[in-house]
Design a protein around this ligand. Structure first.
Ligand SMILES: [Zn+2]
Length: 224
C-alpha cells in the first residue's frame, strides 16, 4: 500500500502517519525529517539545502526530488510520504518514478481542517525554551499558567506559531495544494477526511479505508 498524506498546519497528519506506519508496516518518508537529517549530517546535499534555507529561499524541486526518489529507490513499495509532492514538478518526478517501476499511489489522503481550527490549534502552543516540553493553552495547559511543569521556566510561543504566521502558512498550503489535489482526484485516489475531531475520532475515519485497501492487496492477512 502506497500512501501520500497531507493536511494544513495543525491537521495532525504526523501523528496519524506514525499510527499508519505501525499498523500497516509501511516506510515513513517525511520530506521535512529528511531535509533536517541531511542538513545535520552535513552531506553535500545537506549543505546545499542549508544555503537555500539561510537565504530564506525555497529548496528547488530538483533537490527535493533527488532526496525523495533516492529514498524510494531503497524501499520500493509500501510507503507513506508526508510533505511531498508540493509542486507540479514534484508530482511529475514522483509519477514518472512510480510509472517506471510499475508502482502507483493507492491513496492521497488529506486530513482537512478549517483556517480557524488551524490557527486555534497552532497558536495555542507554548514551548519551554529550557527543556523543550510542549503545551497547549486549551488542550494541554501547564499546571501554573505560563510556567513549565517540568522545570519551571517561563513558556514561550515560537515565532512560527503566531496567528498571523499560521494564517499565512494555511493560505500557502491551500494555494500550493489545489492543483495537486485536482491531479490525484482525477486519478481517483484522493480522499479528504474531516480533521475537526479528536485524534481518536479522526483515526476511526482513516482506519476503515486503509484496512479495506490493505485487505484488497493481501487478502490472506487478517487484522483485528
Ligand atoms: Zn521546561
Amino acid at each position: 500500500m502506497n500512501i501520500l498524506i497531507f493536511g494544513p498546519p495543525g491537521s495532525g497528519k504526523s501523528t496519524h502517519s506514525r499510527t499508519i506506519v505501525e499498523r500497516y508496516g509501511l516506510t515513513y518518508i517525511s520530506s521535512g525529517d529528511m531535509i533536517r537529517a541531511e542538513i545535520s549530517a552535513g552531506t553535500e546535499l545537506g549543505r546545499e539545502m542549508a544555503r537555500y534555507i539561510e537565504r530564506g529561499d525555497l529548496i528547488p524541486d530538483t533537490v527535493v526530488n533527488t532526496l525523495i526518489i533516492s529514498r524510494l529507490r531503497r524501499h520500493r513499495r509500501n510507503f507513506i510520504i508526508d510533505g511531498y509532492p508540493r509542486t507540479a514538478e514534484q508530482v511529475l518526478a514522483l509519477e514518472n518514478y512510480l510509472y517506471d517501476h510499475g508502482l502507483s499511489i493507492d491513496v492521497a489522503l488529506e486530513i482537512f481542517i478549517s483556517k480557524e481550527e488551524s490557527i486555534e490549534r497552532i497558536s495555542g502552543r507554548r514551548i519551554c525554551p529550557r527543556c523543550g516540553a510542549v503545551y497547549h493553552l486549551k488542550y494541554r495547559p501547564p499546571k501554573v499558567p505560563g510556567k513549565c511543569d517540568v522545570c519551571g521556566a517561563d513558556l514561550i510561543q515560537r515565532d512560527d506559531d503566531r496567528p498571523e504566521i499560521v494564517a499565512r502558512r494555511y493560505d500557502l498550503y491551500i494555494k500550493n495544494m489545489e492543483p495537486i489535489i485536482k491531479f490525484y482526484r482525477k486519478q481517483g485516489v484522493y480522499v479528504r477526511v474531516d480533521g475537526h475531531d479528536s485524534i481518536e475520532g479522526v483515526w476511526e475515519r482513516i482506519r476503515p479505508l486503509l484496512d479495506y485497501i490493505s485487505a484488497r492487496e493481501s487478502p490472506s492477512r487478517e487484522r483485528p
